[in-house]
Design a protein. Structure first.
Length: 340
C-alpha cells in the first residue's frame, strides 16, 4: 500500500530533490575543477622542471665554454733582462751554470769552485735573477752590472746574464721559473749550482731563489710544452748542487748530503772577485773579506784541505775512484804510479 502524499508533501519532496540535485551538481563541478586544478598544477610543475633542467644545462654549457675560452696565456710577459757577458744570438753549450738572486751571491758562495772549474777547462756561466738594485751605496743598475762583468772576467766566466726580475720583490712564480729554465735549455749545463737555504737578517730573495732554481731544473726537462719554451728542446740537468751564503759553517738542510770542494789555490781569486763589488763592499765593510776567508779555512779543515767550499746535494756523493777523491793532488802510490 503506497502512502498518500498531499500537495504540501509533494512540494517538500520536489524542493528536497532540487536541493540534492544542486548539491550533486556542485560537488561534481567542484570535483571537476579540482581535477582540472591538479592537472594544471602538474603541468606547471612539469614545465618548471623542464625549464629548470634546460637552465641548468645552459648554465653548464656556458661554464664549460667559459672554462675553455678563458684559459690565461701560457706565460706572462718576461722582463728583457741584461746580457753582461757572452752572446744570446749564438748561445754556446756550458758545462756549469751558477744561479744567484743578486750579483755577488755566486762569487761569495761558490767563486772558488767556479775558478777551479774554469782552470780545468770547463765552460762556466752565471745567471743573476735580479740586478741587485737599488742598494745604499750604488748609483744604480749600470754600476752593478759593470761590477758583475769585472768579477766574471776575473773568474774566467764565459757567459753571464741578469734575468731582470725585481730586486727586493723576487718571488717564486711561473714566469721566473720559465725564464731560468729557458736558460738551461739554451745552454744545456751538466751541473747547476743554486742557493741552498734562506739567509736570516739578510735578503728574503735568497730563499725564493732556492725554490726558483729547483723548479727551473725540473721545468727544463718537461716535454710537450713547446708553446712555453719557444720550441727550445728539453734538457735534463744531471746534477744540482747547493751553495750557501753564511758567515760561518752553514747547516746542511734536511735531505741533503755535504760535499767539501778543495779550493786551494783559488781562494785569493775568489776574494778578488768579491772585491770587484766596490759599491757593496767599501772600505768600511772590509771585515766581509775576513769572514769569507775564515769560513773557507774552517770548511777546508773539516774536509782535510787548506781552504774549501761547502755544498749540499740531494744525492749521496759517489765515486768509482776513491783514491782520486781522497788524494786529488798528484801523489805517489805504493805501486809506483800517481793518483790522478
Amino acid at each position: 500500500m503506497r502512502p498518500v502524499r498531499t500537495p504540501h508533501d509533494r512540494a517538500a519532496l520536489s524542493f528536497s530533490l532540487s536541493v540534492h540535485s544542486a548539491a550533486a551538481a556542485s560537488a561534481s563541478a567542484n570535483s571537476s575543477a579540482s581535477a582540472n586544478s591538479s592537472a594544471s598544477a602538474a603541468a606547471s610543475a612539469s614545465a618548471a622542471a623542464s625549464a629548470s633542467a634546460a637552465a641548468s644545462a645552459s648554465a653548464a654549457a656556458s661554464a664549460s665554454a667559459a672554462n675553455t675560452t678563458s684559459i690565461p696565456p701560457t706565460v706572462g710577459l718576461l722582463p728583457e733582462g741584461r746580457l753582461i757577458l757572452g752572446s744570446r744570438s749564438q748561445p754556446e753549450a756550458l758545462d756549469v751554470i751558477a744561479v744567484g738572486a743578486h750579483p755577488d751571491d755566486v762569487e761569495i758562495g761558490c767563486g772558488g769552485l767556479l775558478s777551479l772549474l774554469v782552470a780545468r777547462g770547463a765552460r762556466v756561466g752565471i745567471v743573476d735573477l735580479t740586478d741587485g738594485e737599488p742598494t745604499p751605496r750604488s748609483s744604480g743598475p749600470e754600476e752593478r752590472a759593470g761590477e758583475a762583468a769585472a768579477a766574471a772576467r776575473l773568474l774566467g766566466i764565459h757567459h753571464r746574464e741578469d734575468l731582470g726580475f725585481p730586486n727586493r720583490r723576487l718571488f717564486d712564480c711561473f714566469e721566473v721559473r720559465v725564464a731560468l729554465a729557458r736558460v738551461f735549455r739554451r745552454h744545456r749545463p751538466r751541473l747547476v749550482l743554486g742557493l741552498g737555504d734562506k739567509t736570516p737578517l739578510a735578503s728574503p730573495d735568497h730563499a725564493q731563489a732556492v725554490a726558483i732554481t729547483e723548479a727551473a731544473v725540473f721545468y727544463s726537462r718537461l716535454c710537450k710544452w713547446d708553446d712555453v719554451f719557444d720550441g727550445l728542446p728539453v734538457h735534463t740537468v744531471p746534477q744540482l748542487l747547493n751553495y750557501f751564503l753564511s758567515a760561518s759553517v752553514p747547516t746542511i738542510p734536511s735531505g741533503h748530503w755535504p760535499l767539501v770542494v778543495d779550493i786551494h789555490g783559488h781562494l785569493e781569486r775568489k776574494l778578488e772577485a768579491v772585491a770587484c763589488y766596490r759599491s757593496q763592499f767599501p772600505p768600511e765593510k772590509t771585515h766581509i773579506f775576513a769572514r769569507v776567508r775564515g769560513a773557507a779555512e774552517v770548511i777546508g779543515a773539516m774536509g782535510g784541505c787548506s781552504a774549501g767550499e761547502l755544498f749540499g746535494s740531494t744525492r749521496v756523493p759517489c765515486t768509482n775512484d776513491p783514491l782520486g777523491m781522497f788524494f786529488p793532488a798528484t801523489a805517489p802510490l805504493a805501486g809506483g804510479g800517481e793518483a790522478p
